[in-house]
Write a protein that binds this ligand. Structure first.
Ligand code: GLN
Length: 227
């Protein structure tokens, strides 16, 4: 808000990890997904171009605070550790953690059954935090969720803990892995900006509200989500 017009950029930069279908993923060279729809609407509202920087999930908060990116739209769950480092928008999506196992695994039915097992997670995610806090789980972290599922298929880990909607996408059309329907940690996603960046935060909150009111939010859900 304090920048003079000459200093103001004509674009905003979204930071994300485009390995998280349906929220952000690649279609050819383009990054698409539910979060991208919100980001596009924010840019349009501000009259700016949208640029997207694709990086490891675990690097996003540092990149934001180094001003490499202007906001994080990455299916990022709000938690106290992150709230100490960034400002979050209004929450825009209710999520929960899910467990993926091999299709023929009947031993792991709930989160408690992960104790004593090797569990794959995506580094720096809330799924990583959860299993790392649970005593007796051997945590194997990956830079990307899809790599964890590859190791599950190869028998190198017993289960993968990842957010529910991406979990559905990761097993879609695959007969050798499945998602367990067990009640698990619930979370909510929000968009992160640098602390004190109220101009961008306000534009994001207004955009989320308007998209919910004008039907664009539901339209994006219908476009990207598995029933
Ligand atoms: N929602 C999880 C988190 O915030 C995972 C996000 C992701 O992997 N993109 O940590």
């Amino acid at each position: 808000a304090s920048a003079s017009p000459s200093e103001e950029k004509n674009y905003i930069v979204m930071g994300t990890n485009a390995e998280f279908e349906p929220f952000e993923y690649r279609e050819g060279s383009e990054v698409v997904g539910f979060d991208v729809e919100i980001a596009k609407a924010v840019a349009a509202k501000m009259g700016k171009e949208l640029k997207i920087e694709d990086m490891e999930f675990n690097s996003l908060i540092v990149a934001l605070n180094n001003k490499q990116i202007d906001f994080i739209a990455a299916g990022m769950s709000v938690n106290p550790e992150r709230e100490a480092q960034v400002d979050f928008s209004d929450k825009y999506f209710k999520s929960k953690q899910a467990i993926i196992v091999k299709a023929d695994n009947n031993e792991i039915q709930t989160a408690d059954d992960l104790v004593g097992k090797k569990v794959g997670v995506q580094l720096g995610t809330t799924g990583d935090l959860f299993v790392s806090m649970t005593e007796g789980i051997e945590v194997i972290s990956f830079d990307k969720g899809p790599l964890a599922v590859m190791d599950l298929k190869a028998g190198k880990v017993d289960a993968v803990v990842i957010d529910a909607e991406p979990a559905k996408k990761l097993v879609e059309g695959q007969s050798d892995v499945k998602v367990i329907e067990a009640p698990f940690v619930e979370e909510e996603y929000a968009i992160a900006v640098r602390k004190g960046d109220t101009e961008l935060l306000t534009a994001i909150n207004e955009t989320i509200k308007e998209m919910k009111e004008n039907g664009e939010y539901d339209k994006a859900l219908a476009t990207y989500f598995t029933e």
